[in-house]
Design a protein around this ligand. Structure first.
Ligand SMILES: [Zn+2]
Length: 120
């Protein structure tokens, strides 16, 4: 079996070789479609101030990995936090809109006499 390469356990290997040129684009931006929704699917410390990170774009299914410096990882983390906050705000708006719609329908049904005591 000498000379054969097992693929077991290699699923998490990053594609960029050690010493590859540093990626300078923001990590949340997809290099294939420019979507700003790229997120990490896996990460691990790589030395003292670098990270191995696998990335995926939900818009076009682009996926790649590499080793990035702490500064890039921090900026990426900041963008992910901003994205989480934006989703939370959108969810809150959606819930409020749905509640308003339900309340309006209930008020209209009540005013129209469509809701009776025996409904409860
Ligand atoms: Zn993409």
């Amino acid at each position: 079996m000498h000379g054969e390469t097992s693929t077991a356990g290699a699923a998490r290997a990053v594609t960029s070789p050690p010493g590859a040129p540093a990626v300078t684009r923001p990590l949340h931006v997809c290099p294939a479609c420019a979507s700003k929704l790229v997120y990490p699917v896996w990460w691990q410390e790589h030395g003292r101030d670098h990270w191995s990170i696998e990335l995926r774009c939900p818009n076009c299914e682009w996926a790649d990995g590499g080793v990035f410096c702490q500064r890039q990882a921090d900026a990426f983390d900041h963008e992910l936090d901003r994205g989480t906050d934006a989703v939370a705000v959108d969810l809150d708006r959606l819930v409020r809109a749905n509640m308003t719609e339900v309340a309006d329908r209930f008020a209209h049904a009540l005013a129209a006499g469509a809701i009776l005591p025996e409904d409860f």
